[in-house]
Write a protein that binds this ligand. Structure first.
Ligand code: MSP
Length: 509
């Protein structure tokens, strides 16, 4: 994949978005998966010297939320107010440095939705008609024949395995069909959807089935919890149209033209593969109708699964974020594990055995042990003061791995970037063993080189574990992390003043 960020900071802008989550319950590990990855990407580009803007939030309208509030005997607004706070608390715990938390019930967003719908109406892209079809409230989506599954003559949702509702109603349609060729062209040639096979899947579906016009309104008699259609107050806007537009509200659309110009062109949108159709066929079309280009990248990841099934509240098989944080005693370990297991192509089965071995192998034994050994040695043999004297031969090895890690970060391949960083740490542990600096009278060169290597690895891990790595760098006497790639040069530090020998990760019981 081509790199996303551009080099010079004046020109380098990046807009990272997560899907906005249905706040019908607290977030689980599946939601954390997307959000943490997005945060890591945003933090990486910021560390590399770009202006990064991270948007996340909650998708608060629609039948799903309305029913959930009713079930609890609550007013929908009170319910989403309460739940949005819960999401914010979880993201705080996980160190998500979002620039804006958007809620679709915000006045600003509702105005944007009305503005866009009026614009599409004025442009003649909306017409009235009748809709009949099978609806899944959990997905907030109609399923056509071939898409739904039939079990014992009952029509079911292919994702949630729930019985679908048959709905027949007057509605308004958006003329997606007009944009069939455009969408196909960007899916096939645009180099936007990553990994590419997701793009091809959607393109093939459109080639076979065509691109049907989309029902974008719901009669208030069925769903009242939504934004009123500006030209017919008997209807509310279909929740998915409302939700997709959050990405524009997030940039101050339509007023803040500078921000839109700077950020939209270098946007990286993260989604799970479950919402691929909405973010391609529908989203690309709406953007085109508004004379906006598609995002720069749509980064699609696969599912976290339990016994092969997508983890989710509807299936009742969720791993709680709290449980995982408690197990490792540090929320940043959750972030690290997510970065390590991230897979865009294949589903990843949740496994405590694997998580424990990542913790023990990568953090405790590899990173943590190296930090402890190197700082102890520096204090014992050099009184903490290591002066610039790089072992050029070993530095070459580190430099190569570092470059790979940077390249993979720039290509949004977080898990591979981490793998190369871990290789730096492995190589450095082996280097100490080989060099045995405790046996020489002049250990400065080896120790300086090892500290440089730890510094580089810590910088590379900084987007993943911001607090832990800052503390480690601090113990080396470095209390400021800069923005830009200059600091990634080996030999950049003139003198280390190691203050303490930390044990950054504790054994788990
Ligand atoms: N509200 C919509 C999105 C609107 S975006 C304009 C929605 N919300 S959701 O809460 O159901 O889920 C959103 C996202 O959570 C998924 O696309 C995915 O990124 C993430 N995940 C939820 N469960 C997951 C797994 N089990 N595995 C991986 N990602 C998961 O859809």
């Amino acid at each position: 994949m081509d790199s996303v960020g551009q080099r010079s900071p004046e020109k380098c802008f990046i807009y990272v978005t997560t899907p906005i989550y249905y706040p019908n319950d607290k977030p689980h590990l599946g939601h954390a998966y997307t959000t943490v990855l997005a945060d890591i990407i945003s933090r990486w580009f910021s560390l590399a010297g770009c202006n990064s803007y991270l948007l996340t939030g909650t998708d608060e309208h629609g039948a799903k939320l309305q029913r959930e509030a009713e079930k609890r005997g609550m007013d929908p607004k009170d319910f989403v107010d309460q739940m949005a706070e819960v999401f914010k608390e979880y993201w705080k715990m996980l160190g998500i440095g979002y620039n804006r938390f958007i809620r679709t019930t915000e006045q600003e967003h509702e105005e944007v939705v009305r503005y866009v719908i009026s614009k599409l109406w004025d442009k003649g892209y909306i017409y009235s008609g009748k809709y009949r079809g099978w609806y899944c409230t959990a997905c907030e989506k109609f399923y056509s024949e071939g898409e739904y599954v039939v079990e014992n003559d009952v029509v079911m949702c292919p994702i949630h395995r729930r019985v679908l509702e048959f709905i027949e109603e007057d509605t308004y349609f958006l003329k997606l069909s007009l944009f069939k060729d455009y969408v196909l062209r960007i899916l096939r040639e645009g180099n936007i959807v990553y990994p590419k096979h997701y793009s091809d899947e959607v393109a093939t579906k459109i080639e076979i089935e065509g691109l049907q016009d989309l029902s974008i309104a719901r009669p208030k008699t069925r769903v009242s919890w939504g934004i009123e259609l500006p030209f017919d107050n008997r209807y509310v806007v279909y929740v998915w149209i409302d939700a997709l537009l959050n990405y524009l509200t997030g940039l101050g659309y339509p007023r803040n033209t500078d921000r839109i110009e700077q950020y939209w062109r270098s946007s990286v949108q993260l989604i799970g593969k479950d919402i691929l159709w909405f973010h391609t066929a529908i989203w690309f079309t709406i953007l085109a109708m508004l004379d906006l280009p598609p995002p720069k990248k749509l980064l699609v990841h696969s599912y976290l699964t339990i016994k092969g099934q997508k983890m989710g509240k509807s299936l009742g098989n969720v791993v709680s974020i709290d449980e995982m944080v408690k197990r490792y005693g540090n929320p940043e370990v959750v972030r690290f594990i997510i970065a390590r297991i991230a897979n865009y192509d294949k589903d990843v089965e949740v496994s405590w055995d694997i998580y424990d071995s990542i913790y023990m192998g990568d953090l405790l034994n590899n990173y943590g042990n190296l930090v402890r050994r190197a700082t102890t040695l520096a204090i014992k043999t050099l009184n903490g003061n290591a002066i610039r004297d790089l072992d050029e031969e070993f530095a070459k090895t580190v430099d190569k791995l570092k470059q790979q890690s940077i390249d993979y970060y720039n290509s949004l391949e977080v898990a591979t970037a981490v793998k190369y960083t871990l290789d730096i740490l492995h190589e450095t542990n082996a280097y100490i063993n080989r060099k045995e600096p405790w046996r020489t009278i002049k250990p400065n060169q080896t120790i300086y080189t090892v500290l440089e290597s730890i510094r580089i690895a810590s910088l590379l891990l900084h987007p993943i574990m911001p607090v832990t790595t800052s503390n480690i760098l601090n113990s080396l006497g470095l209390d400021r992390i800069e923005h830009g790639l200059e600091q990634f040069k080996l030999g950049y530090i003139e003198r280390y003043n190691v203050k303490e020998a930390p044990i950054p990760f504790k054994k788990i019981r």
